[in-house]
Design a protein around this ligand. Structure first.
Ligand SMILES: [Fe+2]
Length: 350
């Protein structure tokens, strides 16, 4: 029987890649982010509205010394995660991740999708001459070269069958297309506008690419990517369903007639593009206590915009069963006085 030998997770925001000196430069675009929501009701707001009502205490964290200290703590956590991942030597990784206008659009957006081609092409993000240094470093974090990453196709098709047997109506994909593009929104909740992506070649989505590029230590361990629609209403996954999906994946792996050692991997979150420390800490507490009921009950209202990537962690927690997650790093990554930024975390189940 297969054995789950560990779970590994990190945020993948640019703050996980940038030195503190560049946080301020990266933050210059924050006033243009359209997906800002303000806790606790998490209605969409403009940057100016957010700024007008921001907690004045946030301003104390907006300086290069704090950015540098936080950046160093984040890299320390990621280095430790890489070290532990390398020590665990899994044979295969099952990855949970979301898709942010990468390969899925409103022509047909699956809530849960399992990919089971033989490989998944990774493409570096295009660099433009007008990009800032911070934007370039952020883009390179998702890959620097084109390559075909191995997929455990046999495990992929097995997981699809098991999930269907466990009453999860999963979508699947077997191959990639030459180009991906389309629109998302408008829908309900925070997503009150339409966003367009012109068709372009696109490789492995960022939530999967970041762990591979940052903390897989250069190894190409076969994977199965499970995409979850965390970000986009109306068919975004609920916290309870994300946790249940993880449990079902665990059940499938425990029944898999293979002696492979499996690691669970995820990335994303925590709160962004407005930092919601209360939500981050509640999620981390529940992860650290393996409290499935608390994770399943995270409030939908607070989970808007890309903060929903916390649900990648919830799915991973489900797959890790009663194992508690060790929080290696948490930094409330404020980068403007308005409170924009990202909750930056690194976690390990062992
Ligand atoms: Fe993301």
């Amino acid at each position: 029987m297969a054995r789950i030998v560990g779970g590994f997770s990190s945020s993948h925001t640019p703050l996980m890649s940038l030195p503190g000196e560049l946080w301020g430069e990266y933050a210059r675009n924050d006033a243009n982010i359209r997906d800002l929501v303000q806790p606790p009701d998490c209605k969409r707001v403009t940057y100016q509205q957010l700024l007008a009502s921001a907690d004045p205490a946030i301003a104390k964290a907006i300086n290069v010394e704090t950015f540098r200290r936080r950046g160093e703590a984040i890299q320390k956590g990621l280095n430790e995660l890489q070290h532990r991942f390398e020590e665990t030597t899994p044979d295969v990784v099952v990855m949970f991740g979301d898709d942010q206008e990468e390969v899925f659009f409103y022509d047909n957006y699956p809530t849960i999708n399992v990919y089971w081609g033989e490989t998944y092409r990774m493409l570096p993000r295009p660099l433009r001459p007008d990009m800032t240094e911070a934007a370039k470093i952020s883009a390179l974090a998702y890959g620097t070269e084109e390559r075909d990453y191995p997929v455990d196709a046999a495990l992929g098709i097995y997981l699809i069958g098991s999930l269907i047997d466990q009453d999860f109506d999963v979508a699947h994909s077997r191959y990639q297309k030459g180009e991906y593009g389309g629109t998302v929104g408008p829908a309900n909740w925070y997503l009150d506008h339409q966003r367009n992506t012109a068709p372009r070649p696109f490789g492995l989505a960022h939530a999967f690419a970041f762990p591979i590029c940052r903390w897989f230590g250069g190894r190409s361990i076969p994977m199965v990517p499970i995409s979850i629609n965390t970000c986009y209403p109306p068919n975004w996954i609920s916290p309870r369903r994300a946790y249940a999906l993880g449990r079902a994946v665990r059940k499938a792996l425990e029944a898999w007639s293979s002696d492979k050692r499996v690691a669970i991997v995820t990335s994303g979150g925590l709160s962004h593009f407005v930092v919601d420390e209360d939500l981050d800490r509640a999620a981390l507490k529940a992860l650290a206590e393996a409290d499935g009921e608390a994770l399943s009950s995270l409030p939908r209202t607070r989970l808007q915009s890309a903060t929903t990537e916390i649900l990648n962690w919830v799915a991973a927690a489900g797959a890790m069963g009663d194992t508690r997650m060790e929080v290696l790093t948490y930094e409330a990554g404020y980068r403007t006085v308005a409170g924009t930024g990202c909750g930056c975390a690194v976690g390990h189940w062992h």
